[in-house]
Ligand binder design. Structure first.
Ligand code: FE2
Length: 377
């Protein structure tokens, strides 16, 4: 398979985007204990309490905690009883991402346009109202048990959405400089990357802007393939990974085994000062992959001049890559639950619009060390 690095020509301005997206609205996680998970994300990542829904607000079956940092909003949801589809989701997958919610101007049109193109409905357009106005939401299924919700909040003034009350807490640890979702990566099964690329193209009007084959992303032991899908304005990017044949089990296969199916592998979050953010996150207990010193011996030969000193990058394990438009700094956390499934990427873009291809080898070798320690390589 050929590697395509250049993005295809942008669609002409005459062509209208049938699914205009204003960005990521929120990411919702189904977790075994949302109260404790919210505490973890506040403590470790610097999120602030925003809103709550549960039995006290009339929601009898689940509790949800909404936390925010700049434009990054997470919802942590847990079931209150055993006979509940959320309980089944957690039983099957462990803690993980259920919803990638996208901000739209018109949630009814988003649902109509995607379902008429073959998207499987998850939620028909539904209007929620309270004293602060109304939110319209709708949704379709994507890979695995993951869904996309379309959120229309133009006529809403409240903190989050109807059904939630403001969550005020005595515990408000400072933020860490996390800004917004840069991209969300999905892991899909063998031979499933292209069908899901087709889904994003046909159902959601996305374009394939980058392709990495198993020669780009392979180590001595394992390989994967990846295609990056982007919506028209580039605000929403979803890389899709599938495993490729290697001598040993790849990280995507390990994920599929422990998540028990397809799902979100990592959420990449932007910062304007990665050294400061990662120093802070590490102090608060976030664990990152260890990068060998040999990586830093040659990195500047590969990427040329960068504004940052190399010493803190090496100390923290921050990776650097360059493309035609600039460079980027990135780092990957270890999984944030005991199953080797979801992790986070912290990324600072200094012009570069790519995803760190030059780091794949170092990164995957670091991942394999962790896999080996778990006995899963
Ligand atoms: Fe990423």
């Amino acid at each position: 398979m050929e590697t395509t690095i250049a993005a295809p020509k942008p669609s002409s301005s005459a062509e209208t985007d049938f699914l205009p997206l204003q960005g990521t609205d929120y990411v919702e996680f189904y977790v075994g204990n949302a109260k404790q998970a919210a505490h973890f994300y506040k403590t470790a990542f610097g999120f602030q309490s925003l809103a709550y829904s549960g039995p006290e607000t009339g929601m009898k079956e689940k509790a949800s905690y909404v936390i925010r940092q700049n434009k990054l909003t997470f919802v942590l949801t847990t079931p209150l009883r055993s006979n509940n589809p959320i309980t089944e989701h957690i039983h099957k997958h462990g803690d993980g991402v259920k919803v990638l919610a996208l901000k739209v101007e018109d949630a009814t049109s988003a649902w109509e346009e995607t379902t008429k193109r073959g998207g499987k409905s998850y939620l028909e357009p539904t209007t929620l109202t309270d004293d602060d106005g109304e939110v319209v939401m709708s949704g379709i299924h994507t890979y695995g048990d993951t869904v996309h919700l379309f959120i229309e909040r133009g006529n809403y003034r409240g903190d989050f959405m109807p059904g939630f009350r403001k969550w005020e807490s005595f515990y408000n640890p400072p933020e860490t400089g996390l800004l917004y979702v840069d991209h969300c990566v999905g892991n899909v099964g063998w031979n499933q990357m292209n069908p899901w690329v087709k889904f994003y193209e046909e159902v959601m009007g996305f374009r394939n802007i980058l392709t990495f084959d198993d020669k780009d992303i392979s180590t001595e032991y394992s390989a994967l393939m990846s295609k990056v899908m982007s919506n028209g304005n580039g605000f929403v990017k979803f890389p899709i990974n599938e495993p490729a044949e290697g001598k040993k089990k790849s990280q995507v296969e390990e994920y599929l085994e422990f998540y028990n199916g397809e799902g979100v592998q990592h959420v990449a979050v932007a910062t304007n000062d990665i050294v400061k953010t990662v120093t802070d996150l590490q102090k608060r207990g976030v664990e990152f992959l260890n990068i060998p010193a040999s990586y830093y011996a040659t990195v500047l030969d590969r990427v040329g001049h960068i504004d940052e000193d190399l010493e803190p990058l090496q100390r923290l394990g921050i990776l650097v890559d360059r493309d035609e438009e600039g460079y980027l700094l990135q780092i990957f956390s270890k999984p944030v639950e005991d199953r080797p499934t979801l992790f986070f990427e912290i990324i600072q873009r200094k012009g570069a619009k790519s995803f760190g291809k030059g780091n794949f080898k170092a990164l995957f070798e670091a991942l394999e060390k962790e896999q080996d320690a778990r006995g899963n390589l």
